[in-house]
Write a protein that binds this ligand. Sequence first.
Ligand code: HEM
Length: 468
Amino acid sequence: MPSASILTGFRAYQTIAQLLLDPLSTSRDITNRYGNFTGISLSALKQRPPTFHVVGSIYAEAVLKNYDTFRNGGIIVKGYRNSTHNHLRQGYFSANGAEYEHYIKLFGPLFRKKLVEEVYPVIAEIVTDQMDRWPTGEVINIIPRVNTLMKHLASQGMFKDPDIIRGIRAADMVEQHGRLSGASIAGLIAAKYGRPPFSRLHRQAKATYDAIIEWGKTRDGLEPRSDVLSTIANATDEFGRPASADRIAGYGWTMLGASYDTSTSILTWLLVFISTHPEVARKLHEEVRDYQRISPSDISAIMNLPYLDGVIKEALRLVPPAPIQRRKTHADAELVGRPIPVGSQILISAWMTNRDPDLYPDPDRFIPERWGSISRSPYQWLTFSAGPRRCLGIWFALAFLKTIIASVMARWRPEIPDGSKVSMKVAVTVRPGREVPIILNKPDGNYRASRLTGNVHRYLRISELYRS
Ligand code: HEM
């Protein structure tokens, strides 16, 4: 059995505080110092079940396959009792038992690969239309551009919004609420003692709730199974009752948050990797050069391009937008031979599992070519999680990401101006700071590594090309 460490006393408090402040570096430190299974016990003050930080496919499989014992919880910190913010936490992510079994039957069929393929014409049209508006040769902040593009894709491609205005407003609100809801020490203390109702978080929660309800009303009277939003708004709940406003708001939040935030985040990181790895940019351009204005039939071909596939998988390996996946034990349990008391939290580190040197030699380096000769199970590449509660939107996500990157690299040579500050932080997902400046140059073949500053170097090994 792999070795285990249990942290107690000051060290335990310090580790939890560090996990909240900087989960990425702390997950690495815990793994390097204590190994793949680390218990953190805060029981000095009162009896409290421990937290376990686990790394590696063996632990991930044992937890994620057993989804009725290791249950999902909310992904954002709690607010004061009965707050609107707490109602928004009660979405599909935190559904368990009968509630989850009811909704998976409704949602599952809507996310099948075949249904995503039916949306290829919409994806092609939106990507081409939006990219026609991106300027060539100027410094632009890429984040709002990617954000708008993703919102249109999700709104029209996934949610089939007839009136995209209310869908995009709901998405904007969820995005702002998500930013304010990320776990932090201040956030946790404030949540425990009740961040006051007039605080920004709670005002934003109210605005978000109302925007999702308004969005849901656009589906009044529609067949529940026709699309994700109609299902949320019009399907009965697990007791056969009409969906309550809280249910619509919570589930609407989950679906919007799950789709925009993760994809916007990884698209930005993909462009950072491409701008700092000239050989990758060159090879990618060679492979995709024919896809400047994408037609619906192009997308099937794009989905099968081997180098593009490697680039996307490698970026998702190094920056999984959901770097730590949390579960809570519903009953006393066992994890790879170790007893786990009821109520324990399990933190599965996708961040470190995806850097397991036995699975990925030279794990911190961005090497898309490695995917030409390996294949890994979802438990070994945890970006979309694994097992029964794996990401429902994976086929949408891959279709969006591949089409967008193929189109960018066919049209341009992206470059981040030297000296630009690029920062990374975790607020629900792994986000960039507010700005990532990019110049979309004509594809002139002058590939070079952009030299970045900022805390991104703490988390990604992207500087060696110009430091050597
Ligand atoms: C690159 C993009 C994406 C990544 C990396 C990603 C990643 C993930 C991960 C890691 C989980 C599991 C979270 C956990 O259990 O703690 C998850 C769940 C989920 N994702 Fe995604 N996701 C992406 C895009 C999408 C899209 C486009 C949708 C579409 C709505 C989506 C819908 C969902 C849903 C509904 C769940 C909950 C599944 C469940 O709890 O059973 N995701 N995603």
